[in-house]
Structures are given as structure tokens and as C-alpha cells.
Design a protein around this ligand. Structure first.
Ligand code: FAD
Length: 320
């Protein structure tokens, strides 16, 4: 059967959920062959095999940690040459998109970024994307070369699909460009204990209606009751109420969770661009005419300072 390359996103061998989602999509097209790079690469094989990887190509070298993305591009290209896959799938993170774009250029292929679904087609995989600030959905396929496709987190379920997951060492020779940009320091982000915004299954966001940094704990409390990540509109970020890394939208992060709760957010087109593909959207807004109500599944017309604490309390009570 045709093989599909899947670049593994992992931290010291712990595979991140978006990669398991990629394996679900890869199995619709062919047999997934995972490519795990860097420290702990071999340790990923167990979980990758449980989710459908027939083979796990691994490579570790100091270059993967010491330099920016080019060593990983070299390795993915080595895997591409060794496997001759029918498609290459990568997680739509900032790093993933850079790796995918560089690989597509090298192998002369078309690339589709930020896919939200993927299915087999007669002439190659067909990807679904949300375009023009998520106002339209397109279905497209790559017409030149082997498709390189990046997929947004939360686009597919994680499915158990036991397969061999056989580890094979990947031989990589690094290009001159690989060592062109050296990492000189890493500053770990302060941990909030909450899931990463772009990967979270639930996101709770606050906007200008939250009316001050001192009120954001209301949003955080609701998020924590649901095990959610916290997002913010640009108005809230620009006002200095919440960090820029939490901004959702056209110039912020693009999220696609199972549930998105917007509080005190009007629903401007630039905000929608980053959250409109969420599976279920809930809004709390005191203005019944707010544009956000045009796209919600559930809307609450009310004062967030009343509604949000009540919701948090109710959820916490139900958890017992
Ligand atoms: P507002 O539009 O002011 O809405 C606040 C809402 O809160 C109102 O609907 C109001 O009814 C409601 N409200 C007020 N008080 C309460 C209360 N007590 N209870 C309940 N509801 C209440 N925006 C983004 O979010 N992300 C982006 O990435 C982004 N990129 C942009 C890029 C460009 C080039 C431009 C021009 C703009 C961009 N914007 C972005 C800004 C965007 O146009 C909006 O200005 C912004 O999204 C508005 O944020 P908001 O909804 O929080 O504020």
C-alpha cells in the first residue's frame, strides 16, 4: 500500500496530540510512516505504533537541538527520498509550516497549509481549508509533485489503530545550510498549567468587555473549570490586559477547538479569522446585536460579570 510520511511533533519522546490526529488522517490515504527526530525519537515508537504508524524512522543528532529548522528539513527530505511517499503531513505549528514549506520547495511540490480535514481522492489527497478570514471553505488538492500538507491541531479525532511501529534508523547527512543559524539560548515559557492555546480542545477567550486586566481571572476561572486554554481579542491584548501570545485572530493565533467560548468579544472579522473553524462556539455578550451572535451555536445575551461566574460555579458543582 502507498505510504504517507508524518513528521512527529514530540518533546523528549512524548508525542503531542496533533501528531496522533495526523496519523488518523494519514490512514485515510495510505500506510503512515512516522519520522521522529531529536532526543527521545526512539521512545515515540510505542505510541505511534498504537495509532497506526507501520514504521517509525528515527534520527538523533546535536544539530536538531542546536540549530533552527534546516536540520529537520534535511532529515525529512532524507525520509522522503527513502520512502517515496504519496503525501507528507506536518502539524500546522509555526515550526511545522516552515519545515513543510522548505521541503515542498526542495522537492518541487505544491503545498497546502492549515488544512482542517483530509480525504483520499482519485487524483491525490483532497484537503479542506478555511479561507478569507474563514468566510469560505475550500477543498483543494496539490496538482504538482507529492502533496505536502500541514494540518491544524484538533482537525481529526485520535484513533487507536495498532500497527507494527517498527523503528528504523534514518541516515541523514546535513546540508551546509543546516548549521547556518545557531540557537544561542532558550527561555522556557512560564507555565500556566493550562493547555497550549492552538492545541487545546477548549478555549475560553475574553475581549474588551472584560474591562481590565484585573477582571481576567474571571475568564481564567472558567477556563480552569473546563481544563481549557485562555485566549484574548486584540482589543484586550492591545490594552495590555493579557499577553500577546494569547491573541486569537488574523494577527494572532488560529485555533480550532471542540469548544470556543467568547466573552465580551464583538466578533470582528479579524477575530473570527482565528476561531471560526471551532466545532462549537458559545458567546456571552450584553449586546444582542453583536456580530458574534451570527456565528455562534449557543449565545447568551447578558453581562459577563454575572454570567461567567455563574457558569464557572455550575461547572465546578457538576464536577463534584
Ligand atoms: P469590541 O469590538 O470593543 O467588543 C467588545 C464587546 O464586548 C462588545 O460586543 C460589547 O457588547 C461586549 N461587552 C462589553 N461589556 C460587556 C459585558 N459586561 N458583558 C458582556 N459583553 C460585554 N482582533 C482580534 O481579536 N484578533 C486579531 O488577530 C486582530 N487582528 C487585526 C488585524 C488588523 C489588520 C486589524 C485592522 C484589526 C485586527 N483586530 C484583531 C481588531 C478587530 O478589528 C477588533 O477591533 C477587535 O477584535 C475587537 O475586540 P473586542 O471584540 O474585544 O472589542
Amino acid at each position: 500500500m502507498a505510504e504517507v510520511l508524518v513528521l512527529v511533533d514530540h518533546v523528549d519522546g512524548a508525542v503531542r496530540k496533533p501528531t496522533l490526529e495526523l496519523l488518523t488522517l494519514a490512514r485515510r490515504i495510505g500506510d503512515p510512516v512516522a519520522v521522529a527526530l531529536g532526543a527521545g525519537a526512539e521512545a515515540t515508537a510505542g505510541v505511534l505504533g498504537e495509532h497506526g504508524a507501520v514504521r517509525v524512522l528515527t534520527a538523533d543528532a546535536p544539530e536538531f537541538a542546536d540549530y533552527l529548522v534546516v536540520p529537520k528539513v534535511d532529515a525529512l527530505q532524507a525520509a522522503y527520498d527513502a520512502v517515496s511517499p504519496v503525501a507528507v503531513l506536518v502539524v500546522s505549528s509555526a515550526e511545522g509550516k516552515e519545515i513543510a514549506a522548505r521541503l515542498a520547495l526542495r522537492i518541487g511540490s505544491g503545498i497546502i497549509t492549515d488544512a482542517t480535514d483530509l480525504e483520499a481522492g482519485d487524483q491525490g489527497p483532497v484537503a479542506t481549508q478555511a479561507v478569507f478570514a474563514a468566510s469560505y471553505t475550500t477543498r483543494s488538492r496539490v496538482s504538482r509533485g507529492v502533496p505536502v500538507i500541514t494540518v491544524k491541531p484538533n482537525s481529526a479525532p485520535v484513533e487507536a489503530a495498532p500497527a507494527a511501529g517498527a523503528v528504523e534508523a534514518l541516515s541523514v547527512s546535513f546540508s551546509e545550510a543546516a548549521t547556518g543559524t545557531k540557537v544561542t539560548a532558550r527561555t522556557p515559557r512560564e507555565s500556566t498549567g493550562r493547555p497550549e492555546l492552538t492545541e487545546a480542545a477548549i478555549v475560553v477567550s475574553g475581549g474588551r468587555g472584560v474591562n481590565g486586566a484585573e477582571n481576567f481571572p474571571l475568564i481564567e476561572a472558567l477556563a480552569d473549570s473546563l481544563g481549557a486554554a485562555v485566549g484574548a481579542s486584540r482589543a484586550a491584548v492591545d490594552a495590555g490586559w493579557y499577553p500577546h501570545t494569547s491573541q486569537v485572530g488574523q494577527t494572532g493565533k488560529s485555533v480550532s477547538p471542540q469548544l470556543y467560548i467568547a466573552s465580551g468579544i464583538s466578533g470582528a472579522i479579524q477575530h473570527r479569522a482565528g476561531m471560526q473553524t471551532s466545532k462549537t462556539i458559545v458567546a456571552v455578550n450584553k449586546d444582542p446585536e453583536a456580530p458574534i451572535f451570527d456565528l455562534v451555536d449557543y449565545g447568551v445575551v447578558g453581562d459577563l460579570f454575572t454570567v461567567v461566574p455563574q457558569l464557572t460555579e455550575e461547572i465546578n458543582n457538576r464536577k463534584g
